[in-house]
Design a protein around this ligand. Sequence first.
Ligand code: ADP
Length: 645
Amino acid sequence: MTPNNAVFNKILIANRGEIACRIIKTAKQMGIVTVAVFSDADRDSLHVSMADEAVHIGPSPSNESYLVIDKIIQAALISGAEAIHPGYGFLSENAQFCKQCKIHNLIFIGPPVEAILAMGSKSAAKNIMAKADVPLVPGYHGDNQKPAVLKQAADDMGYPVLLKAAAGGGGKGMRAVAHADEFEEALAAAKREALNGFNDEIMLVEKYLLGPRHVEIQVFCDQHNNAVYLFERDCSVQRRHQKVIEEAPAPGMTEELRQRMGEAAIRAAKAINYQGAGTVEFLLDTRGEFFFMEMNTRLQVEHPVTEMISGQDLVEWQLRVASGEPLPCTQDQLQIKGHAFEARIYAEDPENDFLPATGTLSLLRPPAESAYVRVDTGVVEGDQVSIYYDPMIAKLVVWDRDRERALARLTEALSNYRIAGLTTNICFLYNLATTHSFRRGDVDTGFIEKYESEIFRQRSEDINYGAPLAAEAILAARQDSAKQQAAQSSEPNSPWHLANSWQANSITKPRVQVKIGAREITVEADPNNLNTQLKVVAADTESFNLFTDQGVFHCSEVKPDLGLQDNQADGNLTAPMNGTVVTLLVKSGAPVSKGDSLMVIEAMKMEHAIIAPADGTVSEFFYKEGELVDGGAELLAFAESEEAQ
Ligand code: ADP
């Protein structure tokens, strides 16, 4: 890339984490000086050290720093930046921010304010798209928000329906409703989440399509009326309506359908005089019909898969277009080469409803980067994943000449990703990527639920496969540590240091008791014939992850139990993390059934239900609605009913 003086001299990046680092990288290559902004929590973070300059913008909570328009504008003015790149999230789709940039003569690296406003509300957007002849998901997107009107709309279109916050994003403020009698409760919950997250409780009711795919089109428009689409991304694999693995091109996509979707996306962009990078999201049904869902007026998290298959740098395009240059390419010059995947590496616990995790990245060794493997991250070993921001650790992006090879790259890279200090979703991603259905490209938005047992490895045949391998891994580790001890010992030839000394004079193979997933199992293994191909990654000192071609297994050696195990459901339930009590759903003393929701906690803008572990009663709630709770705090006292015991 040659430095181009026509583009900016200096830009400010109004973001943090991996996307700030990603933008700085391209800006540097283009010879542009970069200014970072940072909160208290981010004082020593990677994006600050990568930027040429950095401005402190306040305390850690984002509504006191990264979301404060004035502070960002002031930082840009003080540092002499000509333009602001908002990244994604935070202020990236905030019309007020875009306006303020203009007022202060700063270029907003994104679309014009009118385009943000047009797409800012999912309901308003649907009205515009209908006029532009873009097919819509059937549903109600009217102004009358009376619960009875919304309910009537749902009854008329037939269940299941999906309630969606018009101002929503990131899967928040969304509730699927299977039956009419669940409507009111779901509406209340969706509105609460929407008010909390977006300060706006306007709802859409959509027909809930079953098993669609999420296929989105990357569009780009300049200030000279040129527009292109950079093909599609399939983002069907989702949890809680949030993307987990994205790929480009979409498996099974035909040239004809791609062109139809691409042209519809361009119609959508042109209908609002779009400029810059945008994404038009569609649901694609099994018959090949597609329906507009929304347009995101920013660079998407998953933009790297498009970069990998198109060979273009989308941040460079953004900077050029924002400075007034024409698009670098015409539609005819764009071509798809190979296949790419992106897996979002999160600090979260997939086994516990994907609850965000926090902590210190005491070990962080990503796989080596190459022409095939790219790691976009904003953290280094020793950094904290805090409660303040999104707990994404990195985006692992892989490319190869076809889907099968790219997928092999993905699983290999995942099995080489070493993180300790907090819970991550790496094993979950690996299991997901190695399922037969994913290998076949047979994906839809219900994928994770549909293949839950395979992804979470609960099937007995998986355990029977994994357990002997786990036993071998344990024996191999014992041999290693025995060898190390022998090497350090004053008597290196002592028989006590023989790796297999515990079975001296014995022809029986040692028995190892392993815990694999939630099951404990005793297996025999031959210490003289251990499989050295096993890939083992230590999760902590007690347990390890075993990567096999049939998925990854979380294992540990079962040591003799010296204490009494308390298997009773009686006792206290604790807060999964720092948060606020949103609502108490049952009365103290009233009988509840196992699996009932007892109370709702809001943390990181998501609601988490606290579930009854058995039939019984809540003897006492320790918190009231609206109170703050610390992670780990006891929330309520629960008494299991006599019959249930
Ligand atoms: P957000 O802006 O919160 O990301 P979207 O409108 O983009 O919300 O929807 C997120 C995801 O929810 C989609 O990718 C899709 O999986 C699912 N979804 C949205 N609308 C529907 C629908 N009408 N039917 C089925 N699934 C839907």
